[in-house]
Design a protein around this ligand. Structure first.
Ligand SMILES: Nc1ncnc2c1ncn2[C@@H]1O[C@H](COP(=O)(O)OP(=O)(O)OP(=O)(O)O)[C@@H](O)[C@H]1O
Ligand SMILES: [Mg+2]
Length: 230
C-alpha cells in the first residue's frame, strides 16, 4: 500500500478580497520526516499557507489534509485538538508570554491536561526539552532575561511539548543575528535527522533553505516551483 503523505494540499485557493490573488491552485505534498523550506517574496503567501496547514485559518477553497485529517471537515473542537497535538508553531517574534517563566511558557500547551501525575510528567518533559535545546539553566527565568536566540529555543521547546508530527516555523531566524540563526537551523536539522521530525520552515534566508532537504519556492499567485532558492 502506498504511504500517505503527512501533508497533502490540493487545489488550494485563498483571497482576502475579491479579484485578489494570494494562493491560486497550490498543490503540495510533504512526506513524513521531510525538512522543507518555503521561500518566496514578501507578500507571496508563505504565512497564509503555513497558517492554513496549521489550522489557524479555515477560510479557503480546496483541500488540506494533515496526518489523514481533512481539516475542513473538523469541528471547532477537533480543529483545536489538531492545533494543540499535531502541529507545533515557531514564529519570528517568539510569542513568549513575558509574565511567565521559560518553564511555564513551555508548559502552556499542556494547560488543558489536568491532574497531578500528568502535570508532573509534563514538567519533566518540559525540563528535558529545555535541556535538549540548550537552555536548561533558564527554566525559572523570565523571557526578557534571555537573548533572542535563547528565547527562540524556549519557543521551540514549547512547540515540541505535545510531540507534534509537524513543526511549522514562520521565519524563525528572521530576528536573530547570524550566529544564533545558524544555531537554530542546526537544531532543526538535528530534530529532523535524529527524531524524524517533519519540519516546514518559511524563510527569506538562503542559508536556511540550503540546510533543508527540499525547497519550495512560492511565486506570486501561489505558483510553485520545486528546488529553487530566492
Ligand atoms: N488579514 C489579511 N487581510 C487582508 N490581506 C491580507 C491579510 N493577511 C495577509 N494579507 C495579504 O495577503 C498577501 C500574502 O500575505 P502573507 O503574509 O501570507 O505573505 P508572506 O509571503 O508571508 O509575506 P512576508 O514574507 O512579508 O511575511 C499579502 O499581499 C498581504 O497583504
Ligand atoms: Mg510571512
Amino acid at each position: 500500500m502506498e504511504a500517505i503523505s503527512l501533508v497533502v494540499v490540493g487545489h488550494l485557493k485563498k483571497n482576502y478580497q475579491p479579484k485578489q490573488c494570494i494562493l491560486n491552485d497550490v498543490n503540495l505534498r510533504i512526506e513524513d520526516a521531510e525538512f522543507v523550506a518555503i521561500t518566496g517574496k514578501s507578500g507571496s503567501g508563505k504565512t497564509t499557507l503555513l497558517n492554513i496547514i496549521g489550522g489557524l485559518d479555515s477560510d479557503y477553497e480546496g483541500q488540506v489534509e494533515v496526518a489523514g485529517k481533512v481539516l475542513s471537515t473538523l469541528s471547532d473542537d477537533e480543529l483545536s485538538a489538531y492545533r494543540n497535538s499535531h502541529v507545533g508553531f515557531v514564529f519570528q517574534s517568539f510569542h513568549l508570554m513575558p509574565h511567565l517563566s521559560c518553564l511555564e511558557n513551555v508548559l502552556l500547551p499542556s494547560a488543558f491536561n489536568q491532574g497531578k501525575a500528568v502535570e508532573t510528567a509534563f514538567t519533566q518533559q518540559a525540563l528535558a526539552l529545555l535541556a535538549m535545546v540548550g537552555v536548561a539553566e533558564k527554566a525559572h527565568e523570565f523571557p526578557n532575561c534571555l537573548s533572542g536566540g535563547q528565547q527562540q529555543r524556549v519557543a521551540i521547546a514549547r512547540a515540541l511539548l505535545m510531540q507534534p508530527k509537524l513543526l511549522l516555523c514562520d521565519e524563525p531566524t528572521g530576528s536573530l543575528d547570524d550566529e544564533s540563526a545558524g544555531d537554530i537551523i542546526q537544531l532543526f536539522a538535528k530534530l529532523n535527522a535524529e527524531q524524524g521530525m517533519t519540519i516546514v520552515v518559511v524563510t527569506h534566508d538562503a542559508d536556511v533553505a540550503l540546510k533543508a532537504t527540499r525547497t519550495i519556492h512560492l511565486r506570486q499567485c501561489g505558483v510553485m516551483e520545486e528546488g529553487q532558492c530566492l
